[in-house]
Design a protein around this ligand. Structure first.
Ligand SMILES: [Fe+2]
Length: 388
């Protein structure tokens, strides 16, 4: 009785820990260690169901002395007789199932005329022999079996007590619950990643639409994103740690930095000759117009900062807000360098693109004038590592 209480207490402690484990491999390790230690068995093998491959794969196989089966190599097909046996036997026993070597012998004698069933039993017997098991325990979830334990002989050679078998049954269902939690967590994460990708695709499409309007800046937004991300890589980590999801925000913001130009007539954007003062005043409005476009999207607040301030200068002589120094958000400082770098490298209606070494020199010379020192230091490192 005392032993049962101890087992139960131990079990509830373990179950609580398992819920937090998000890694099936780690979970398997923990469970196998528990079984091997608490029940003093020579060997434990844990098979997990792989839905895609429709088979059970051994995830861990371990024992104090016993044999070790190569992980991920040993597989049991879902449509094998062995698995059919568990499914057939499971339902009447209310989703709790364990079979010992002794029980198999009894079943064989009882059903000696049922050829199909005998075949299933023999296959199970063979598997138990291969995996050195004396007892097999299944974990259930909605009439499915995601987990199967093959439990080896106890060190003292005795058979498993009722309490021990029930301990294993509960442990198996705890593992199943933990796996379900892990799967759920993974599904949510995958869905979020998918949504993120969809969002990025939409933003990329938007940026391309804008590029088409601007006849001379083909691919500009994509390149500014590329350069911005490279510069970001060389910004010290202790600075970046102050921002949440900086990389994703920078990706979107750099792609959309000129989104405000949708409000500017094409003949001004593509004008070959010198812009009139009036025209230039209109162009200077594009950062503000861009941030206004993004304003209704609450989640894009950080994104809009990059759009709004990408033409500000560190010395305060930029436009349209004349912000200076560290008042300019980091995201805008990075985009500003990336934007100028790409603009100088490529042809404009009024001039040809410049050579790369000249552009790099020009950018670096403008540290503390046009550009923030943090962004330029990162830019210099990126150049040193041949990334620009
Ligand atoms: Fe711009």
């Amino acid at each position: 009785m005392e032993k049962k209480k101890a087992l139960n207490e131990y079990l509830s402690k373990v179950a609580k820990q398992m819920v937090f484990i998000r890694d099936a491999e780690l979970l398997s390790k923990l469970v196998i260690k528990i079984v091997a230690e608490r029940l003093n068995v020579k060997h434990v093998g844990l098979f997990l169901y792989n839905k895609k491959a429709e088979e059970y794969v051994i995830k861990l196989s371990q024992g104090k002395k016993g044999l070790k089966i190569p992980v991920n190599f040993t597989k049991i097909k879902k449509n094998s007789n062995l698995i059919k046996f568990f499914y057939n036997r499971a339902l009447p026993s209310k989703n709790k199932l364990s079979v010992s070597e002794r029980e198999i012998n009894l079943l064989k004698r009882k059903n000696k005329n049922d050829k199909l069933f005998l075949k299933q039993l023999e296959e199970l017997e063979d598997a138990m022999f291969i995996y050195g098991a004396k007892l097999v325990v299944c974990g259930f979830f909605r009439n499915k079996i995601p987990v199967i334990f093959f439990i080896g002989e106890k060190e003292n050679g005795k058979s498993f007590t009722k309490d021990e078998v029930s301990f294993l049954n509960i442990l198996a269902s705890d593992v199943v619950m933990a796996i379900q939690n892990t799967n759920l967590f993974e599904n949510i994460k995958n869905q979020l990643d998918k949504n993120k990708q969809i969002l990025l695709n939409i933003v990329q499409t938007l940026a391309t639409v804008l590029d088409v309007k601007n006849s001379y800046t083909h691919g500009h937004a994509e390149r500014v994103m590329k350069y911005s991300l490279i510069i970001m890589k060389y910004i010290p980590k202790n600075i970046l740690k102050n921002y949440k999801n900086f990389e994703d925000t920078l990706k979107i913001s750099s792609l959309l930095h000129d989104i405000g130009k949708v409000g500017i007539p094409e003949d001004i954007l593509n004008k070959v000759g010198k812009l009139t003062e009036e025209e230039f005043e209109l162009i200077k409005k594009h950062p503000a117009m861009g941030s206004e476009i993004l304003e209704p999207i609450k989640e894009f607040h950080e994104v809009s900062l990059g759009v709004k301030y990408h033409h500000e200068r560190y010395d305060g002589k930029g436009y349209p807000y004349k912000l200076s120094g560290t008042n300019i958000p980091l995201i805008a400082s990075i985009i500003s360098v990336a934007d100028s770098y790409d603009a100088m490298l490529n042809d404009r209606p009024y001039r040809k693109g410049l050579a790369k070494d000249i552009v790099i020199k020009e950018i670096i010379t403008n540290k503390n004038k046009q550009f923030s020192p943090v962004a330029i230091d990162a830019f210099v490192k990126a150049v040193e590592y041949n990334q620009m």
